[in-house]
Design a protein around this ligand. Structure first.
Ligand code: OGA
Ligand code: NI
Length: 360
């Protein structure tokens, strides 16, 4: 990751941001030219895989609900390979479609509101939550062609309702339900991955008890120079597991595989799951967090919702696989507070977080 040393390519979901223009408002202004801060002409030469047969694996979690049921062992093995070889997969039969559909509706409605209404949930200089732009740390940094609403629904006692829209009126109840359902799916996945990795299940349930969950609703307006901007610059997610849904039919997510960008074709109704940095560390490198990015469309808006899940703040982040010891650990073990500090400092330096967690 991070070929672009002049920009922060390993950003994550934490840290305050310098306020910049609202991109949706900018895009609606009949511009003749896209402002230069958004232009990344170098991406035109990036290698993008056009062979559509190469796609991320599809995991049927319906086959994994009861240990020993027909197909269970095969699907569990498939999940392990998906995590090892790809770090990305699509999840089907997850049983939370209703909740996803409802969340898509309120997300679309929120971004349709006027700027003033949306700004009622605006980020403040010291918060990571709210409506605004992903991590901007310097005045000359290239900018992403997108806006977002970021909220931390879990743990519940730490909710800050100031950032939860009151408009549309069903937004809060819908997000509350979505948070709960996606937490359930991610917990189940984490348990299944732990079985595959030989992580003790009691450790797993402790880690997940006070799970931190962030939900980021991304809005990428159309762009008249779509091939020269990025909706979201290349990054890996600093968290444990990310569950992403694409809200409308416009594709844009690409993942890096063998130094080429692979466009993801979402299956309708599926959840796209990816391994984050924390999961790479906990698996002692057996699973990898994969670099990905989002492109934008020339004429159509694109929306997505990412739900990030990490262990609670009272836990340690480090390798957890069976039998791992001081000699075999490939990553450091640190508390979540130090980990968060590391996320922020690595972003400020443009350094890769995961590299700094590696034991040399
Ligand atoms: C993210 C992310 C991809 C997308 O929010 O971290 O990678 O398709 N989003 O919007
Ligand atoms: Ni991401």
């Amino acid at each position: 990751m991070g070929q672009n040393t002049d920009e922060i390519s390993n950003r994550s979901e934490y840290g305050g941001s310098i306020p910049v223009d609202n991109v949706q408002a900018l895009a609606s202004k009949d511009l003749k030219d896209v402002p230069v801060r958004y232009l990344r002409p170098e991406i035109v030469s990036d290698e993008v895989l056009t062979d559509e047969s190469l796609q991320i694996p599809v995991i049927d979690i319906g086959k994994l609900s009861v240990a020993g049921q027909p197909g269970y062992d095969d699907e569990l093995a498939k999940l392990h390979l998906a995590c090892k070889d790809w770090g990305f997969f699509q999840l089907i039969n997850h049983g939370v479609s209703e909740s996803i559909d409802a969340m898509k509706v309120v997300t679309k409605e929120f971004f349709k509101l006027g700027l003033e209404e949306k700004m009622k949930c605006a980020q403040t200089p010291t918060t990571i939550e709210g409506y605004g732009q992903a991590f901007v740390v310097s005045e000359d940094q290239k900018l992403d062609w997108g806006d977002m609403l970021f909220i931390l629904p879990l743990p519940i006692p730490q909710r800050n309702l100031r950032f939860w829209p009151l408009n549309p009126p069903s937004f809060r109840a819908t997000l509350d339900e979505y948070s709960n359902k996606l937490y359930g799916v991610s917990k189940e996945l984490f348990k299944l991955m732990s079985i595959n990795l030989g992580i003790d299940l009691e450790t797993v349930s402790k880690l997940y008890e006070n799970c931190t969950q962030g939900i980021r609703m991304n809005y990428y307006p159309p762009c008249l120079e779509a091939d020269k901007v990025l909706g979201l610059a290349p990054h890996s997610d600093a968290v444990g597991l990310t569950l992403l849904v694409q809200v409308n039919e416009v594709q844009g997510l690409q993942i890096k595989k063998n130094s080429k960008w692979v466009p993801i074709k979402p299956i309708r109704g599926s959840i796209i799951v990816n391994i984050g940095d924390v999961m790479e560390i906990m698996s002692n490198g057996e699973y990898r967090s994969i670099e990905h990015r989002a492109l934008v469309h020339l004429e159509k808006e694109r929306l997505s919702i990412a739900a990030f899940h990490s262990p609670g703040i009272d836990t340690m982040i480090g390798p957890l696989t069976d039998g791992v010891n001081e000699k075999t650990a490939k990553y450091k073990t640190i508390n979540t507070e130090d980990y968060t500090k590391l996320i922020i400092s690595s972003k400020l330096d443009g350094k890769s977080l995961i590299e700094q967690m590696k034991i040399q």
